[in-house]
Design a binder for this molecule. Structure first.
Ligand code: SF4
Length: 134
C-alpha cells in the first residue's frame, strides 16, 4: 500500500534537523530553480509529493524539492541566490514573516542581474512549475 502523502511541515523539520538548508514550502513555487543551479543537482536533491499551500492557495498535493543527500552539499549557497521567493534559507535561520519575504523577493526579481525574472521564466522552470503543481 502506498504511504500517505505527508504534510510540508514534516519535510521542513527534516531539513532543519538534517540539512544546512531548509525550505519554507508555503512560499515555494516548485520551479526547481534551486536544483537546476546546484552543481550537484539530483545527487543532493529529490522532488517529493507533500501536502502544502502555495502563496496563500489552499493546501493540496504538490511536488517540492527535498535534500536527500545533505552531506554532499558544499555550502556554496547558489541555490539561495537563485530561489525566486525566499523560501530557501539556511537551516539555522527562521523565516519570521514568510509573506513579507515572498513579497520582497518577488520585487527583487525585477532588479536582480543574475537569477532575475528572465531566468525564472525560462522554459525549463515553467515546465517544472507545471509538473510540480498538478
Ligand atoms: S548550497 Fe550549493 S551545493 Fe548546497 S544545495 Fe545549494 S547549490 Fe547545492
Amino acid at each position: 500500500m502506498a504511504e500517505p502523502v505527508k504534510d510540508w511541515r514534516y519535510y521542513y523539520e527534516y531539513m532543519k534537523k538534517n540539512a544546512p538548508l531548509a525550505i519554507y514550502y508555503p512560499i515555494c513555487g516548485g520551479g526547481e530553480e534551486c536544483i537546476s543551479v546546484c552543481p550537484y543537482g539530483r545527487e543532493i536533491w529529490d522532488v517529493v509529493p507533500m501536502i502544502t499551500p502555495m502563496f496563500g492557495a489552499k493546501p493540496k498535493k504538490r511536488y517540492r524539492p527535498v535534500m536527500i543527500h545533505p552531506e554532499k552539499c558544499r555550502r556554496c549557497y547558489l541555490c539561495i541566490q537563485a530561489c525566486p521567493t525566499g523560501a530557501l534559507h539556511r537551516s539555522e535561520e527562521e523565516l519570521k514573516h514568510p509573506m513579507l519575504t515572498l513579497l520582497k523577493n518577488t520585487l527583487k526579481l525585477f532588479f536582480k542581474k543574475r537569477y532575475g525574472l528572465k531566468w525564472v521564466f525560462r522554459e525549463e522552470h515553467r515546465e517544472k512549475f507545471k509538473k510540480n503543481n498538478p
